[in-house]
Ligand binder design. Structure first.
Ligand code: ARG
Length: 634
């Protein structure tokens, strides 16, 4: 296609030859790689600097007014010439009539390159339209050996969402779900084999209590209909009962009465005994608990599907075998990592990790006095178990910053028991708080409550514009998708670590950098395409040299950056890197509508412009899908 021809024309190289010369470049999927290769070839030939030194120095720019590429001459490692002088020299020697780029401009020791319109239009638009959903994906990142695909993909586990059965789904779970879904898509697009894992909070004394509640007040029908809601209600009810009971016992104690009998029959004690049956693998006790778990998972799956998330694995605290934990305990003791302390087992980091780090890691309890294993102990065994099972190259934990210390302790213990290689593969992806998240109908029980609320709010917003509302075929379904987009975009707009305030009004607005705005921008291009009534062949055969306006070139320059934006996102691991780009892109596209009209233009021009808009639609849609959004067409 276009890029292939261009490479032959300007440098006499096949695309494979370009990659052979510059192994990091893949011009068949990233058009800017061809430009970087070409600029490197030219600079090398006019200066004698080795091309492999030039290539990595051809960087991208912060904003397009600074050019499409920039070269900081100190990176060229030329001795004896001052960088600014070198920049001047190179600019002078750079040919006036280069086919791809204009003669570079110089600021201090920076060379700025601007791409020329016609060759870019003719090669990049067909490439984007040809690759379609694939445009932006780069399978080479995830290959074990980029030169030999038969060696397979690198494997990663993304652990995210991880709510606790029967307990509220809080803001931390919401963010983990959204960010984790995005990161999974990102790595998958970069060619990794991704295992999406949900590590449920589904074990502990509280599940004994829940079982008691079900035995007393359980309603089979309600459980089937909405397990998450029903279990939550039971949980709240029995907990308040338990608290009342505890208070009463305290009162009696104060009055000097003998409470031993009351205590022995208390809900607390019964729950403990029930849970003990579960850990002893009592079949009846386990069967009930397993039903709660299975039935909840079915509901979870349906809700996650609305966010386009599908898990490969529902693991959970309950799934960590006791034997594995015994083994880990022994290992920790043998390696001198853990020690006895008053009948409990602890890890006292200050005495085994030198300096500040040890102090910061503080002390962790890994086994209570009554012998029960804790959250951290489960995580240690689980991590080693996951490695054994999956031999992952990387594992990401998407968990709120409140658990930063927990994860640090976890990774450190893995290192200290002799598995530094495994610890080095693990990474905590942290994020800040959501402030003021409450729904209008009361407590958040699960994701559904948040999404339903956003959809309702969105529906009201839509109704405010009667004309447009009347045109929407299925307003409820559209409100649903827009509501989800609102929640997700609000969450991903800032850096992960920043807190934000949950604001229905702001996030459901069609103005500003919101989910509904992105959806609007997407539908607008779709509508232009529908109304133009051209065929795909019309677009494919368009004469792209007609796209001479500056507005057209600016749209194209943004579009061509998409694969680079993804490469950069793999470094930042921030959804905002993608969102910021998408908002910029939509702004450039929307400001071009007045200048690059379709309606009323002559047919050939119409075809060419629509091909450009269609390429914009593809990039926008790809970006939205990567974030986990469902682009709407009307
Ligand atoms: N269920 C936990 C919570 O709600 C989050 C689990 C995080 N993951 C982990 N491997 N510890 O706080």
């Amino acid at each position: 296609g276009g890029v292939e021809e261009l490479a032959k024309q300007v440098d006499g190289l096949s695309l494979d030859a370009v990659t052979a010369k510059y192994p990091a470049s893949h011009p068949e999927i990233n058009p800017l790689d061809l430009y970087r290769a070409h600029i490197s070839n030219v600079i090398s030939s006019i200066s004698g600097i080795a091309p492999e030194i030039v290539y990595p120095a051809v960087g991208w720019t912060q904003s397009l007014d600074k050019g499409d590429f920039s070269v900081a001459t100190p990176a060229l490692r030329v001795k004896g010439t001052k960088p600014d002088v070198l920049a001047q020299e190179l600019a002078e020697k750079f040919p006036d009539n280069d086919p791809l780029v204009y003669k570079p401009s110089v600021t201090n020791y920076f060379l700025s390159f601007f791409i020329k319109g016609e060759p870019a239009m003719k090669s990049i638009i067909p490439m984007i339209r040809g690759l379609g959903e694939e445009f932006g994906r780069n399978k080479f990142n995830g290959l074990r050996d980029p030169k030999d695909p038969s060696k397979g993909k690198k494997r990663m586990i993304v652990e995210f969402s991880s709510p606790n059965i029967a307990k509220p789904f809080h803001a931390g779970h919401l963010r983990s779900t959204i960010i984790g879904g995005f990161l999974s898509n990102l790595y998958e697009g970069a060619g990794w084999e991704v295992i999406r894992m949900n590590y449920l909070g589904d074990w502990g004394k509280q599940y004994g209590l829940l079982a008691l509640a079900f035995e007393r007040y359980g309603d089979e029908e309600a459980l089937q209909k909405d397990p998450i809601d029903h279990l939550f209600r039971l949980y709240v009810r029995i907990n308040s009962e338990k608290e009342d009971q505890n208070k009463a016992i305290e009162e009696q104690k104060k009055e000097g009465k003998d409470v031993s009998e009351l205590e022995a029959n208390s809900l607390d004690e019964q729950a403990r005994r029930y849970f003990k049956k579960m850990t002893d693998r009592d079949e009846a006790a386990l069967a009930l608990w397993k039903r709660f778990r299975d039935i909840s998972i079915v509901r979870y799956q349906a809700t996650y599907a609305r966010l386009n998330i599908k898990y490969d694995r529902y693991s959970g605290e309950s799934q960590v075998p006791e034997e594995a934990m015994d083994k880990t305990s022994k290992l920790m003791a043998e390696k001198g990592v853990s020690k006895e302390d008053n009948g409990a087992v602890i890890v006292h980091f200050p005495s085994i990790v030198p300096g500040k780090e040890g102090k910061r890691l503080d002390t962790a309890v890994v086994r209570k006095r009554d012998g029960t294993a804790l959250y951290l102990t489960r995580d240690i065994s689980e991590l080693l178990g996951r490695y054994e099972e999956y031999k992952f190259d990387k594992m990401i934990y998407v968990v709120a910053s409140a658990q930063e210390l927990h994860l640090r302790q976890l990774f450190k213990i893995i290192e200290l028991v002799g598995h530094k290689d495994i610890a080095d593969r693990c990474q905590h992806i942290s994020f800040g708080l959501v402030l003021g998240m409450s729904t209008r109908k009361g407590t958040v029980k699960f994701l559904d409550d948040i999404l339903r609320d956003a959809a309702d709010f969105m529906h009201e917003t839509m109704k405010k514009n009667e004309d447009k509302y009347a045109q929407v075929e299925n307003p409820q379904a559209t409100a649903d998708i827009l509501g989800i987009s609102s929640v997700m975009v609000q969450d991903m707009r800032g850096k992960r670590i920043n807190n934000y305030t949950f604001n229905m009004e702001a996030m459901t607005s069609f103005e500003g950098d919101t989910g509904p705005y992105l959806q609007y921008a997407h539908t607008r291009i779709c509508s232009i395409k529908r109304k133009a009534g051209l065929t795909e062949e019309d677009l494919a055969s368009a004469d792209l040299s007609l796209l001479t306006e500056e507005h057209a070139l600016n749209v194209l320059r943004y579009l061509s950056q998409w694969p680079d934006v993804l490469q950069n996102t793999l470094k930042t691991l921030e959804p905002t890197t993608v969102l910021t780009y998408l908002f910029r892109l939509t702004h450039v596209v929307s400001s071009s509508y007045d200048h690059l009209r379709i309606v009323g233009s002559e047919k050939e021009l119409m075809k060419a412009r629509l091909a450009l808009y269609d390429a914009a639609r593809i990039v926008l849609s790809n970006g939205m899908r990567l974030l986990g959004l469902t682009p709407v067409e009307r």
